[in-house]
Write a protein of this length. Structure first.
Length: 171
């Protein structure tokens, strides 16, 4: 007792009659829409770094200028600013916090410095709030020379022009 073969006029359908039909064109439009929304969400971000390699101030890069013992440190800050972003000032503040941590460990200079920053701009045209994330890395050391108290590669820092007001800082 075998079942009769399906008749050629009867077709099997895996989708319900009420479901929409997707074509290759429809699927490609979905992917293009997802890509555009991702590009739009990243359009208000500015990212910059000090560079791919850690940098030491020229006065401390001389042989025997720094102790052999080095302690790697990392400091992260999140600033909320209104109106503009002066990234150079924010980098100075982050470096100063890292330097304070180094002093508590007995160090008096920072070497092998590297930073990265991301500025997230206002999502709404009427809202002038920027969120800035900074990650500053360096090694704490001892030296006879004075610390330059200045972030490395400040020429790489890009900000948003205008008058900046810091309304929040989270360490």
């Amino acid at each position: 007792m075998s079942s009769p073969p399906p008749s050629p006029t009867r077709s099997l359908s895996l989708r319900s009659p009420s479901s929409p039909r997707l074509s290759v064109h429809g699927i490609s439009n979905i992917f293009l829409g997802m890509r555009r929304s991702k590009e739009r969400s990243k359009a208000h971000h500015i990212s910059c770094t000090s560079g791919p390699e850690p940098v030491t101030a020229p006065s401390l890069a001389l042989p025997d200028a720094v102790s052999v013992r080095k302690i790697p440190l990392t400091h992260s800050d999140r600033f909320v600013c209104v109106g503009a972003v002066d990234l150079q000032k924010l980098l100075r503040a982050s470096r100063a916090s890292l330097y304070d941590n180094a002093e508590h460990l007995g160090a008096n200079v920072l070497i092998d410095e590297q930073w990265s920053a991301t500025i997230c701009g206002p999502k709404h045209r009427n809202d002038g709030t920027f969120k800035v994330n900074i990650r500053y890395q360096a090694s704490a050391a001892r030296s006879e020379k004075r610390d330059p108290c200045r972030p490395v590669a400040l020429d790489q820092a890009r900000g948003v022009p205008g008058l900046m007001t810091i309304i929040e800082r989270v360490d």
